[in-house]
Design a protein around this ligand. Structure first.
Ligand SMILES: Cc1cc2nc3c(=O)[nH]c(=O)nc-3n(C[C@H](O)[C@H](O)[C@H](O)COP(=O)(O)O)c2cc1C
Length: 365
């Protein structure tokens, strides 16, 4: 399954593994893939520390870091200012959920309220990443040309995640080195176009810029299919959730939600962040669809509304409301395995699937 991209980026297999856990990122890279650290919810000083931890674990091998940089965010990291904009009906709705499900207050702000996604925070994150020795910078939402330029000037590979052709055109214009065509199946923030429909379209637009397929890549057969669609590799998130290295980052309730989920148990909801986000279905996603529920707010105002209750749901193990971001591929993962085993299985199955497709076409591998 080695592609040209492996040579170019110094990896053994064209599997990029996205994770919010430094341990998973290091393990993907050490297994011959390209680990990518989801750092958008980390402060600049945390990013500096965590990049150093990953570097210590992987040596010279390459790894990346992912930031989300939407274009319309407040200037300052000022929660009090945003609180003033939250409508009363939305506050009452959250109060109602706290009462209905007996959710105590959290002991500290949640992941979405520990800071406000703002220009102030984004600028400090970008500066920390630029000064770090991370090899690659991926932009999950938004692809500001000045950030691409800065990271390239620091010798970093630049990557943009795109969910439709319009996003890809902007990213190519900004000069990224690699595109990730992320389809509807994907966990976390996701778009409306299915992976099979999206990937070949993006490949056709991208010219000499290589494309990775993302969204629903869960087995080696998916990898073989992605390569056949014209992608030079894959970008995977969901498969690395059910790993021993990720386990310390999940509550019991979140793990149960993931372990028991099939594709049909995931749902795209704006209740998490204000933007469409695929997650396991729970009372959290369902409550927001009821006739009396308000529409989710815009991002990042929605973070301010829900950040603390989401933190409290995890802290106090409120089972009906516990959920986790996951893609439609989650059904393939029903037990915890080390990252190295997930990687080895993907590679073994992928090679087999490719050999089989050569057989079908009468060629030899
Ligand atoms: C729990 C979770 C959180 C995610 N958070 C981010 C993120 O912060 N930034 C980003 O660019 N992508 C994020 N993603 C999307 C991944 O980068 C990746 O595109 C996606 O997981 C691929 O599809 P898959 O889930 O089917 O493997 C997240 C995915 C999951 C499952």
């Amino acid at each position: 399954m080695k592609t040209e991209l492996c040579e170019r980026f110094g990896i053994e297999v064209p599997i990029f593994g996205f994770s919010h856990a430094v341990e998973v990122v290091a393990a993907v890279t050490n297994a011959g893939g390209y680990g990518v650290y989801g750092a958008t919810r980390r402060l600049a000083e945390e990013i500096t520390d965590e990049v150093a931890q990953i570097r210590a674990a992987v040596g010279e091998r390459p790894f990346g870091l992912d930031l989300v940089i939407p274009n319309k965010v407040p200037e300052k990291n000022d929660r009090a200012e945003l609180e003033k904009l939250v409508p009363e009906a939305h506050r009452r709705f959250i109060d109602g959920l706290e009462t209905k499900y007996a959710v105590p207050k959290p002991s500290e702000p949640g992941m979405r309220t520990r800071f406000i996604r703002s220009e102030e925070i984004q600028d400090s994150q970008i500066a920390a990443v630029a000064e770090s020795d991370v090899n690659m910078v991926a932009l999950g939402i938004g692809c500001p040309p000045e950030v691409v330029k800065l990271m390239k000037s620091k010798g970093k590979t630049t990557v943009a995640l795109v969910g439709q052709e319009r996003h890809a055109a902007r990213a190519l214009e900004a000069g990224v080195d690699l595109l990730v065509a992320q389809g509807y199946d994907a966990g976390g923030h996701t778009g409306q176009v299915g992976t099979f429909s999206l990937v070949p379209r993006i490949v056709d637009m991208a010219g000499s810029v290589p494309v990775l397929a993302a969204g629903g890549v869960a087995t080696g057969r998916h990898i073989a299919a992605a390569l056949t669609l014209g992608a030079q590799g894959v970008w995977i998130g969901t498969a690395f959730l059910m790993t021993e290295e990720y386990r310390p980052h999940l509550s019991e309730g979140e793990m149960d939600a993931l372990l028991n989920a099939q594709a049909t148990d995931t749902v795209i909801s704006r209740a998490e962040s204000g933007k469409p986000f695929r997650q396991t279905r729970s009372a959290w996603s369902e409550e927001w669809t009821l006739p009396d529920a308000p529409a989710p707010l815009s991002h990042p105002l929605h973070d301010v509304l829900v950040g603390d209750i989401l933190g409290a749901i995890i802290e106090h193990d409120i089972r009906p409301l516990q959920h986790y971001g996951a893609g439609q591929g989650i059904g393939w993962f029903d037990r915890l395995r080390p990252v190295s085993e997930v990687m080895n299985t993907l590679v073994r199955e992928g090679d087999l699937a490719l050999a089989r497709s050569y057989q079908f076409s009468g060629e030899t591998a």
